[in-house]
Design a protein around this ligand. Structure first.
Ligand code: IVH
Length: 697
C-alpha cells in the first residue's frame, strides 16, 4: 500500500530483493557459462526490470554485486595501478612444436622430482593455452571487488568496471566460498563475436581489429565501460591467486584438477578441453588432439599448457625466477607473423579481375613460407591502409589462403610522410594497357581487354586445360607463359595446332616432354559437354552450372542459341548466369572459337535434351571438407550434383550444408560460426536417400 505521508515508496522486503538478485545471478550463469538457460529471455528481462525499478526507488538496495551493476560506471581518466597480493607468474615456453616438446618437459619434471625409469608416470593436467590476456579476479566474501590485468606480474591495472560487463564472470559467488578468493584466468574474445564486432566496425567505417587477442586487449583497456560493454568478451578460469589460508578456514585442494572442478562448481567457466594426462605419451597425444581441433574451436589458442597435477609435487618443484618448474606452455606453429611489404602488385585474373597482391619479405607462417598475400580489392587494401615498406601481420590459418590482417602502425610520432602512398588501383590494365573499369555496385576493377590481354589469355588457357575441364596433362603455367609470351598461342584453338617442332623449340623443353604434351592434347579432344562448357570460362558458369545446362539441353548448339527465358528454366541458372551466357555466345569471336575447337577435333557425346524439374537438392549449396570415410570428394560432389545441389568451395551464409569428414579444418569452424548445418557422410547419404526433410532455410 502507498504511504500517504511520505514521498518514498515503502521499504521492500529485503529477503525478496535478495532472492531476486540470486535468481538473476543464477540465470545469468546458466545463460552465459552453461549455455543452457532455463527461462526465456523475456522472463529474465522482466525480473531484471523489476530489480531495476526497486533499486531506482531505494538506492540503498544497489550493491556492487547487483546484476544491474554490470554496466554503469563513468569513463575513467586512467587506470589505477594495483599490487597483486600474489604475483602473477608467467610460464616457460616450449617452442619445439614436435612431440619432443612434451617429452622434454616430462623428462625435466622427472629429473627434478628424482624419479627413475621404474617410477610410474607423472600425472599432469593438460589445458589449452587461450590466446587472450591474463586477469586476476578478487572476491571478498563472495563479491567481486577487483579485476586486475597482469601488468609486469607484480603490479597490474584495475579494470574492474570493464570486467564487470563480462556476462560469464560472476559478480557474486555461493556462500560456501572462502572470504578471500582470487581467481585467475584468461579474458578472450570468441571468434564469432570477433567477426560480428569487425562487421560492425566496418559498417561504421571504423578500423577493424587484427585478431581476437588485440580486440580483447582493446576492450579491457577501454576507459569508457559503456564502450567495453559493446565488445563481447569471455573468460576461462585456470588458476588461483591469494586465497584464505587453510589455517584460517580456507579450502584445501589436493590437486590442480580438483581446484578447477571446484571453481566450476562456484560458477566460473572452465574449459571442457582440460584433461588429465599421464606421462609424456599422453601429453603428446593431447598436443596432437588439440592441434587437430584448433581450427574448429570457437576461440583462438596458441598452444597447450601442461601442469603437474598434484599440488604437493608442485610445491616440491617450486620456481625458477618468475616461472614455475611444474608448468610449461607447448606452442603450436604460429598462424601469424610480422613481415615487411616489399611492393603491391596487381594481378589480372581469367575474367579480367584486377587483384592487388602484397609482395612480402618471406616469412614462415602456418607451416609454409609466404611471399604473397592477397589484398582482395582496392577498397580492402585502402581500408587496411597497407603501404609499401609497412610492417604487417600476415595470417595463414589451416587451408585458408594467406592474408594481410593489418598494419603494425609506425611508432607514435613517426613521420607519416615517410610512409609509402595509399594504394590506388591503376585505371589501365598493368598487363595489356586496356582500360580497367569498375562497374556500378561492384568492388572489382576489370581489364576490358578480353583475350587481347595476355594475362587473361594465359588464364583462359590454363582454365580450359585444367583437370576439371578438358584436362591437358602437363600443360602448366610455366609452359603457358612461354607459349603466350612467344605469341605461339593467341586463341584457344591454337593449342591444338601446336606441333612437336614448335613445342620442342621452346626454352628448356626436352623432346620427351614435347611428345607428352602433344599426346595429352590429343587425349583431351575426347571430352564431355559439361567439361567443354565449363572450360570455355564463361563468367558465372562453374562446373555445376555447366552440368545442369548440359543435362537440360543435351547439346551445345541448343545452349548457344537459347534465349535468356529458356536458359532461366535450367536449375541453378538465374538472371546473372543467363545474361552472361547470352553475352558470351552473342559475340561472333566466341562462336568462332567454339567452331574452330570442333574443327580441330574436340568432340563429346551429345544426348537428347532432358529438361528436369526441381530436384531434391535444387537451390541448395553444399561445401565438402575433410576426408569422408568412404566417399571420395569427387564422388560426393557427383552425388550432390546429380540430386540438383551445388558444391561450393567456401562456406558463407548462403551455404545450406557443410559435409565434414576427418580433419575438417577452417571450413568446419566457419560453418559452426555461421550456424550452418553440418553433416557427416552418413547424414549426407540419408539426405540423398530420403530426399525429404531438407534444410528449412
Ligand atoms: S597458467 C603459473 N594456464 O599464458 C602459471 N596460463 O605465461 C600461470 N595462458 O599470459 C599461468 N592459457 O594468461 C595458464 N591454461 C592456461 C593458460 C595460460 C593461457 C596465458 C596466461 C599468461 C601466459 C603464461
Amino acid at each position: 500500500m502507498q504511504d500517504l505521508f511520505s514521498s518514498t515508496a515503502p521499504a521492500p522486503d529485503l529477503a525478496y530483493v535478495e532472492a531476486l538478485k540470486r535468481s538473476l545471478h543464477d540465470h545469468a550463469h546458466r545463460y552465459y557459462v552453461l549455455d543452457a538457460p532455463t527461462i526465456p529471455d523475456s522472463e529474465y528481462d522482466r525480473l531484471f526490470k523489476e530489480l531495476q525499478a526497486l533499486e531506482a526507488q531505494h538506492s540503498e538496495l544497489i550493491t556492487p554485486d547487483s546484476p544491474t551493476q554490470r554496466v554503469g560506471g563513468r569513463p575513467l581518466d586512467l587506470f589505477v595501478s594495483v599490487r597483486h597480493a600474489v604475483p602473477m607468474l608467467s610460464i616457460k615456453t616450449e617452442t619445439d612444436t614436435e612431440a619432443s616438446g612434451a617429452q622434454n618437459f616430462d623428462t625435466r619434471a622427472r629429473r627434478e622430482l628424482g624419479l627413475d625409469d621404474s617410477a610410474p608416470p607423472i600425472e599432469y593436467v593438460a589445458e589449452p593455452k587461450f590466446d587472450g590476456l591474463a586477469m586476476s579476479l578478487r572476491y571478498e566474501h563472495g563479491v567481486l571487488v577487483q579485476a586486475a590485468t597482469r601488468g609486469d606480474g607484480e603490479m597490474g591495472e584495475d579494470v574492474t568496471q570493464n570486467i564487470r560487463t563480462i556476462g560469464q564472470i560472476p559478480l557474486r559467488l555461493p556462500d560456501s566460498v572462502p572470504p578471500v578468493l582470487e581467481v585467475r584466468g584468461e579474458v578472450y574474445m570468441r571468434r564469432d563475436d570477433f567477426e560480428r564486432l569487425n562487421e560492425k566496425q566496418r559498417e561504421r567505417g571504423l578500423k577493424t581489429f587484427v585478431n581476437t587477442r588485440n580486440a580483447a586487449a582493446g576492450a579491457v583497456r577501454q576507459l569508457d565501460p559503456s564502450i567495453a560493454a559493446q565488445r563481447p568478451l569471455s573468460f576461462f578460469a585456470y588458476g588461483l591467486g591469494e586465497v584464505t589460508p587453510v589455517e584460517a578456514g580456507g579450502p584445501e585442494f589436493g590437486s590442480h584438477f580438483e581446484m578447477l572442478q571446484t571453481l566450476k562448481s562456484w560458477g566460473f567457466p572452465v574449459s571442457d578441453l582440460v584433461q588429465i594426462a599421464r606421462g609424456a605419451t599422453e601429453l603428446v597425444a593431447y598436443y596432437q588432439f588439440i592441434g587437430g581441433q584448433r581450427e574448429g574451436l570457437g576461440f583462438d589458442i596458441d598452444g597447450v599448457v601442461y601442469k603437474v597435477n598434484s599440488l604437493a609435487l608442485q610445491r616440491r618443484m617450486g620456481f625458477v625466477t618468475r616461472e614455475p618448474r611444474w608448468a610449461v606452455a607447448h606452442k603450436f606453429p604460429a598462424q601469424e607473423q610480422l613481415t615487411t611489404v616489399l611492393g603491391i602488385d596487381v594481378q589480372v585474373g581469367r575474367t579480367g579481375k584486377l587483384t592487388p597482391v602484397a609482395k612480402l619479405a618471406p616469412v614462415f607462417v602456418g607451416g609454409v613460407t609466404v611471399t604473397n598475400a592477397t589484398l582482395h580489392n582496392e577498397d580492402e587494401a585502402r581500408r587496411k591502409d597497407v603501404r609499401i615498406g609497412d610492417t604487417v601481420i600476415v595470417r595463414r590459418a589451416g587451408d585458408v589462403i594467406p592474408e594481410v590482417v593489418g598494419v603494425v602502425l609506425p611508432a607514435e610520432g613517426a613521420d607519416h610522410a615517410e610512409r609509402g602512398a595509399l594504394f590506388t588501383m591503376p585505371r589501365i590494365c598493368p598487363v595489356c594497357g586496356s582500360v580497367a573499369v569498375r562497374e556500378e555496385g561492384e568492388v572489382d576493377y576489370r581489364c576490358t581487354g578480353g583475350l587481347f590481354c595476355s594475362a587473361q589469355r594465359k588464364q583462359a588457357i590454363l582454365h580450359f586445360a585444367q583437370r576439371r575441364a578438358v584436362e591437358v596433362e602437363g600443360l602448366g603455367d610455366k609452359l603457358v607463359d612461354q607459349l603466350v609470351d612467344c605469341n605461339v598461342i593467341k586463341t584457344l584453338p591454337d593449342l591444338y595446332r601446336l606441333g612437336l617442332t614448335s613445342l620442342a623449340g621452346l626454352d628448356r623443353m626436352a623432346d620427351k616432354s614435347a611428345q607428352n604434351i602433344v599426346q595429352a592434347l590429343e587425349k583431351s579432344k575426347q571430352t564431355t559437354l559439361p567439361r567443354f562448357l565449363f572450360g570455355l570460362g564463361i563468367r558465372h558458369v562453374g562446373e555445376a552450372t555447366a552440368k545442369a545446362l548440359a543435362r537440360y539441353f543435351g547439346n551445345l548448339d541448343s545452349i548457344m542459341d537459347a534465349p535468356e527465358e529458356q536458359l532461366l528454366l535450367v536449375n541453378d541458372v538465374g538472371p546473372t548466369v543467363a545474361q552472361s551466357l547470352r553475352t558470351f555466345f552473342d559475340q561472333p569471336h566466341n562462336r568462332e572459337v567454339v567452331a574452330q575447337l570442333r574443327a580441330c577435333g574436340v568432340t563429346w557425346a551429345e544426348g537428347p535434351p532432358a529438361p528436369v524439374l526441381a530436384t531434391p537438392f535444387s537451390g541448395q549449396t553444399f561445401v565438402i571438407t575433410g576426408t569422408l570415410p568412404t566417399l571420395g570428394r569427387d564422388e560426393a560432389k557427383d552425388l550432390i550434383e546429380a540430386a540438383g545441389g551445388k558444391v561450393a568451395g567456401s562456406v558463407s551464409k548462403k551455404t545450406t550444408y557443410v559435409v565434414a569428414g576427418a580433419e575438417a579444418g577452417s571450413k568446419l569452424a566457419k560453418a559452426l560460426e555461421l550456424g550452418v548445418t553440418v553433416l557427416d557422410e552418413q547424414g549426407l547419404k540419408e539426405l540423398l536417400d530420403g530426399g525429404v526433410g531438407l534444410a528449412a532455410q
